[in-house]
Design a protein around this ligand. Structure first.
Ligand code: PLP
Length: 328
């Protein structure tokens, strides 16, 4: 769990950089009553050696956010690149020198009663220091939830829509109360979908397998990165296909992926050990290569990263120096 947040921390709210304590919404705000918001989650990792904070695929995250906002007809009137610039500036203003989580949130902001939507939209960007969301250095015990993953024709799971996270909250709360570290959702067809706030992968017979994007899952950017790393760095065959619940009980390795989570090994499901109950070799290798890629240690994946501090450097005339022009 994260510690409390500094109310003096700077956030971007209604077009201004303001202290968190001043970023307030009214009690009648549409999104608060009806869940009509869309959020995003972006990670920046601090690298002590390079004294740099690297943001992981931020422009893709903002593009996904803007697309998802379109599902609810919320307009975010800036480009993905402009949004990225604001969140870089936010991290610089807060002088973060630790791992950070960026939370963009766009929402229906009219203050009135009535579920139908109008054109009144607002958005905020919040960046805060953030450690591990789930433990990644030990195996987790996950429980298959009695709650089913919400269907695309009810509320699209790919949309990161605020109201849809009641589904995740119910599953995760149930899992914790039953003594599990987290939940695994099945979808309405009974196949494995994902975790409460993360995607899921299993290793079976040397192949890396994950549910396809039409199984009512979020189309994870970490999921995508892990598939690429598995293929390119580990030479693994990666398969997207339906996964039966019982395959969770007979697979060789299992892990969750996500922006907040990173790669979190699962070594027990429903009181059954995954293989021999220790973190698998492929999971460990992927954790290592993902760690290196997200901290700017691997040349091949530098294009995934935006450096926070280098991106803010100015030349003698006070103009921003593009990060790619700065040596080192
Ligand atoms: C339901 C759900 N699935 C999967 C993910 C992982 O997606 P990403 O890797 O893009 O963070 C998240 C996290 O954002 C999530 O909330």
């Amino acid at each position: 769990m994260q510690s409390s947040v500094d109310p003096k921390m700077i956030v971007y709210f209604d077009g201004h950089y303001v202290p968190l304590a001043e970023a307030r919404v009214g009690i009648l705000t549409h999104a608060l009553h009806y869940g009509t918001g869309v959020f995003e989650g972006i990670r920046a990792h601090w690298d002590e050696e390079q004294q740099e904070l690297f943001v992981m695929r931020p422009v893709e995250h903002y593009e996904r956010w803007k697309q998802n906002c379109g599902i609810l007809r919320i307009d975010v009137p800036l480009s993905a690149e402009e949004l990225n610039e604001i969140s870089l500036e936010l991290m610089r203003r807060n002088a973060f020198r630790t791992n950070v989580y960026v939370r963009p949130l766009a929402y229906k902001s009219a203050e009135r009663i009535g579920v139908s939507c109008d054109e009144q939209d607002s958005f905020a960007l919040i960046a805060l220091p953030f450690g591990d969301y789930l433990p990644t250095d030990r195996g987790l015990h996950a429980g298959v939830s009695s709650w089913r993953r919400i269907d695309d024709n009810a509320i699209p799971a790919r949309g990161k829509i605020c109201g849809a996270y009641v589904n995740s909250a119910l599953a995760s709360d149930e899992a914790h109360r039953c003594g599990f570290d987290d939940a695994i959702f099945l979808n309405e067809s009974g196949h494995v979908a994902e975790g409460a706030a993360c995607n899921i992968f299993m290793v079976r017979k040397g192949k890396l397998i994950t549910p396809s994007v039409t199984e009512n899952v979020l189309e994870g950017i970490t999921r995508d990165a892990v598939m690429e790393l598995a293929r390119r760095e580990l030479g693994l065959e990666v398969v997207e296909r339906p996964i039966d619940r019982s395959e969770l009980y007979v697979c060789d390795e299992l892990f969750f992926t996500g922006t907040a989570v990173g790669i979190a090994p699962v070594t027990q499901v429903d009181h059954r050990l995954v293989k021999d109950g220790v973190i698998g070799v492929i999971t460990r290798e992927l954790q290592k290569v993902y760690f290196d890629a997200t901290r700017g240690h691997l040349q091949a994946y530098l294009n995934w990263l935006k450096p926070v501090y280098k991106s803010g450097m100015k030349d003698e005339q006070g103009h921003r120096v593009p990060a790619e022009m700065i040596a080192g």
